[in-house]
Design a protein around this ligand. Structure first.
Ligand code: ADQ
Length: 540
């Protein structure tokens, strides 16, 4: 029933118009698992719960399905059980008719073979491994383009214009890019563009010295900032009414002129309003949240409004690539020792003179694979008003998720602000602020949850035969009476007792060594790994 909306898209095109393109999602390697430990202790990164009811992979899958990409491979390497299970239960993996007859969703597990006696690592390594299987399969002979997507990103977008741009430029490789600050640039692949948005230089994770070579002046940046880009995937976008501090700014075009007026103002409140509108337009919080004067840089018709901070400009790669299939196969064969696209293959191809173009991605985008802190911030951005990712989407471009069969949440006497609460929760006389509460969360009276992510549970206590009787040392699933949870990520099925205080009272930034097993501090955020048991009265 994912495809009930019919065989035609909004534009009246066939819903699977991109039959000669295949998508490859990088399902997570060992290195990023280490970066997000302990959330990745039992699962690979794209399987981590996000926004209460979703898993990270659901956003990527929804982008693909809603953009008419009907052939999807998910390359898994590390700890992939939970991801496989989620994909199997959520998406129709049988392929065939619902995907336009020739479509499919396939999980491709990393494996050793007589030709490859070692465990494959790195982005290029895993794609090479996949391509050897892909190229040898006759059914794939019509595929012309390979869309490669990292599995650790949060964004909602229509991919159709990116694919169209790749075709219109005749690019061998299109890299999806964004304007970024110097601080962000150091953590990304950074490109330098010519006036046609062709990439002339690519440097992976440049250091401060290398960064100066990659800075682009306002004039150099202009063609990139003014290039047509995709609309945020909101068909109802133009019907929205924008409000800032309770003041109605009218619909799309009225709001746009208000951004224009406010953005060039020196008044702090007006600037804040411009930022709020900027966020309302679906633009990244990271682009506008760092303070400093926001200037309306370019304004063209429709959706192409770009606000940027006039610090030195850089253009960063999102790690999303569309390769012409033969260019990819040939590069992987020629640079057969290369394990990474950013460090090796892409700079080599540019040096060779291959046609590599940058497409500008607008709207919210976050890479959550760098650290627990990145994951935490991307969750908190969901609580912004309007949220970074709008889960409330139209039927023709929905966000798909596992269809949980649990009832509405029961709440009594709960004080809540800036919170998202999923289905199946039982919450009484608690205070929840700035937090995301996942499915089947049980929160007892007197509890305070602040700045936290409670992922919930995949079963209720009574559903499982009791292996161990409940006691002060082994509390029931959920959060016990009078506990205080602050700036904490509580993974699934945790048991937190009475009068527990998870408040990071010593202000620890990083710790793997707490008294109770399963409790960690990463980037100043307390993380309880899945199934942790926190006895009554514990204070951290
Ligand atoms: P990084 O994010 O640092 O930079 P990396 O973590 O190596 O790149 O991997 C990118 C994606 O590939 C991640 O989703 C990761 O899980 C996945 N991956 C890596 N090895 C894998 C393997 N063996 N099997 C399955 N999946 C694997 C990259 C680019 C930069 C770009 C940033 C944007 O190299 O140029 O700027 O992404 O975030």
């Amino acid at each position: 029933n994912l495809f009930e909306s019919g065989a035609l898209s909004r534009q009246g095109e066939a819903i699977w118009p991109r039959g000669n393109l295949t998508a490859v999602i990088l399902g997570g390697g060992e290195t990023d698992s280490r970066r997000l430990f302990p959330l990745t202790q039992y699962r690979t990164l794209p399987a981590i719960p996000f926004g209460g009811a979703y898993r990270i992979i659901d956003l990527l899958m929804s982008n693909l399905i809603n953009s008419g990409v009907n052939k999807v491979h998910i390359l898994t390497a590390y700890n992939s059980y939970s991801l496989n299970r989620h994909l199997q239960r959520t998406y129709d993996m049988s392929g065939g008719v619902p995907y336009g007859g020739d479509g499919y969703i396939e999980v491709v597990a990393n494996s050793m073979s007589p030709d490859s006696q070692q465990w494959v690592t790195g982005t290029a390594g895993i794609v090479r491994h996949f391509m050897s299987y892909f190229d040898s399969n006759m059914k794939n002979r019509f595929i012309e383009d390979i869309l490669i997507l990292p599995g650790d990103h949060v964004y909602c977008t229509d991919l159709t214009p990116i694919i169209a741009y790749h075709h219109s430029t005749g690019a061998d490789l299109t890299i999806v890019c964004r304007p970024v600050s110097g601080e962000q640039a150091k953590r990304l692949g950074v490109v330098k563009l010519d006036a046609d948005n062709r990439i002339r230089t690519f440097k992976e994770k440049p250091n401060t010295d290398q960064l100066s070579e990659l800075a682009m002046s306002d004039d150099e940046m202009r063609p990139f900032l003014t290039a047509a880009t995709q609309r945020p995937n909101h068909p109802n976008h133009h019907n929205r009414i924008y409000r800032v501090n309770g003041v109605e700014l009218g619909g799309h075009s009225a709001a746009e002129s208000s951004i224009s007026a406010a953005a060039s103002s020196d008044d702090a409140d007006e600037l804040a309003a411009a930022r709020a509108l900027w966020a309302a337009r679906g633009h990244a919080r990271t682009d506008n949240g760092a303070g400093g004067r926001v200037v309306l840089d370019t304004m063209t018709s429709g959706d192409d409004v770009e606000l940027s901070q006039r610090a030195p400009g850089y253009v960063g790669s999102t790690g999303i690539y569309i390769f012409r299939r033969e260019v990819l196969s040939s590069a992987l064969a020629r640079y057969y020792k290369a394990q990474d696209f950013g460090r090796q293959i892409i700079p080599d191809l540019i040096r060779e003179g291959v046609r590599v173009y940058a497409y500008r991605l607008s709207g919210y985008w976050a890479d959550i694979g760098g650290s627990v802190g990145d994951f935490y911030e991307a969750n908190m951005a969901l609580l912004d008003n309007p949220p970074s990712v709008d889960f409330n989407r139209p039927l023709e471009a929905p966000l798909f998720k596992f269809p949980l069969t649990i009832p509405a949440s029961q709440m009594q006497g709960v004080k809540m602000s800036r919170a998202m609460v999923s289905a199946g929760c039982i919450i009484k006389d608690a205070a929840i602020k700035n937090s995301i509460i996942g499915p089947r969360s049980i929160i007892a009276p007197g509890v305070t949850v602040t700045d936290s992510i409670i992922m919930g549970a995949d079963h209720y206590e009574h559903e499982k035969p009791q292996q161990r009787p409940v006691s002060p040392a082994y509390p029931p699933i959920g959060i016990g009476p009078d506990s205080i949870i602050q700036r904490t990520i509580v993974d699934l099925n945790c048991r937190i007792g009475k009068n527990v205080k998870l408040i990071n009272k010593e202000g620890v930034y990083e710790s793997y060594d707490r008294a109770v097993q399963g409790m960690y501090v990463r980037d100043g955020v307390i993380v309880l790994s899945r199934d942790s048991v926190v006895p009554d009265g514990t204070v951290l």
